[in-house]
Design a protein around this ligand. Structure first.
Ligand code: FAD
Length: 401
């Protein structure tokens, strides 16, 4: 008899798990709070074991076809002049710009399309209650239905609400950094590099190319005040306008586009939890172990975690045994990913003129072919530990792309 699972969250981790488990013969239901697959988000990197998972799913060509076109990373001054330039990665793992970069929304869409025939997707609904009686989980939904599943997986991102139903004490480790992402019209001055301006006073502005004919802008800043991410759009836009008002280069152009509908604003943090499951309910992706965009590893962890969780669920009769094994296999990778490079994220958001000058000297050294290698700076800051574990082989049939 096939077993049933509810997955909450249809971004990266959820649909990847849905794809693998449906091929292992499970009855899969995915519930997503929004009424569609969300398209926001910027360039995400798929590295190391994450690359291996999409390869095993037969999706590497589809992801490559949606490449953003970014060829490298460049730190610039307030006039947009290059201070230091780094070529993009040429292998599965290295580079500030990874070899495989894709817009988050396009990747979520690819994973949804890939998994939707094997799973029931329910959009515009969410879990309101979970009752685990030891042999199954009764789930209540906001739209009023009540259903029973053999297991439940919460893949709802860093600030997962349903997680609080099973782990009310779970705390986010805040990094003191806010990040705004938005798409702006592309101009002839934009290049195919990720151009980054540390602006002083704990702020950073960057532009990245995309494959949509627009440019992806990001505004980030250090702040001791928490909760700005819970403000409404107009208040967030006002905070960003005030914070970046005196910044040169393309700041006026970016601020002029804050109301164009693409703004995504988040308080950056990490989820560091003692366990990733309670009974028949488990956490997956950022909900379990968000390492933050600063790590460059969020998507890779989500893909690897979904693959391992599916393999272990398929191989164990009791989901609780599978959850224990999933955590055992994945923990070493997560622990490494959550150890951010020394001083990150503050080091790339210098406050004083002195810190800014020191940062520029450090990136110049890192970008120099000889000094960069000798100092080890480029490797330390631009090569995440995406190959820190060996993925197990599981007997789940590989999918056609
Ligand atoms: C809109 C958006 C934009 C992002 N932009 C970037 C970016 O530019 N750069 C970057 O590095 N990372 C970004 N991320 C984070 C990145 O996608 C993740 O770090 C990583 O890919 C792990 O994905 P995940 O599937 O675990 O979680 P997430 O990608 O966070 O997805 C969680 C999903 O669960 C859904 N959800 C949340 N709560 C509930 C609920 N109660 N019930 C049902 N569904 C729920 C969300 O709508 C979302 O679809 C973004 C995430 C989102 C959702």
């Amino acid at each position: 008899m096939s077993r049933s699972i509810l997955i909450s969250g249809a971004s990266i981790a959820g649909p990847t798990l849905a794809s693998w488990l449906s091929r292992a013969g499970w009855e899969v239901t995915v519930v997503e709070r929004f009424d569609h697959v969300r398209e926001q988000g910027q360039n995400i990197d798929v590295r190391g074991v994450g690359r291996q998972v999409i390869r095993r799913m037969g999706l590497e060509d589809a992801v490559r076809a949606a490449h953003t076109g970014e060829t490298g990373t460049e730190f610039v001054d307030e006039h947009g002049r290059a201070v230091a330039t780094f070529a993009g990665g040429t292998d599965d793992t290295s580079g500030g710009t990874a070899e495989l970069e894709i817009l988050r929304g396009q990747f979520a869409k690819i994973l949804y399309e890939h998994s939707k025939d094997g799973a029931e997707y329910v959009f515009g609904d969410q879990i309101t209650a979970l009752h685990d009686d030891g042999s199954g989980v009764d789930v209540e939904f906001q739209r009023g239905s009540r259903r029973r599943f053999d297991a439940v997986v919460l893949a709802e991102g860093l600030r997962s609400r349903s997680r609080a139903l099973i782990m009310p004490d779970a705390r986010i480790h805040e990094l003191g950094l806010y990040n705004a992402f938005l798409a702006i019209p592309r101009t002839g001055d934009d290049t195919d590099r990720w151009r980054v301006l540390p602006c002083g006073r704990g702020r950073m502005l960057s532009l990245r190319p995309d494959n949509l004919g627009t440019t992806q802008a990001s505004l980030s800043f250090i702040s001791d005040v928490r909760g700005l991410d819970r403000l409404g759009h107009d208040d967030v836009a006002a905070v960003l306008r005030a914070t970046f008002a005196d910044v040169g280069w393309v700041a006026p152009r970016v601020l002029a586009e804050l109301d164009n509908g693409s703004l995504y604003f988040e308080d950056i943090g990490q989820a560091k939890l003692g366990t990733w499951s309670r009974g028949r309910i488990a956490l997956l992706g950022d909900a379990a172990h968000c390492a933050s965009p600063v790590s460059g590893m969020g998507t890779t962890l989500a893909l690897a975690g979904a693959y391992v969780l599916a393999g272990e669920l398929a191989g164990h009769d009791d989901p609780r045994d599978a959850f224990a094994r999933y955590e055992q296999v994945l923990r070493p990778l997560v622990t490494k990913a959550q150890q951010l490079p020394p001083g990150a994220p503050r080091i790339a958001h210098p406050r004083s003129r002195l810190q800014l000058a020191a940062f520029r000297t450090a990136v110049r050294v890192a970008a120099s072919p000889l000094l960069g290698r000798v100092s080890g700076l480029a490797g330390k800051y631009m090569t995440p530990p995406a190959e820190a574990i060996t993925l197990p082989e599981y007997p789940i049939p590989a999918a056609a792309a």
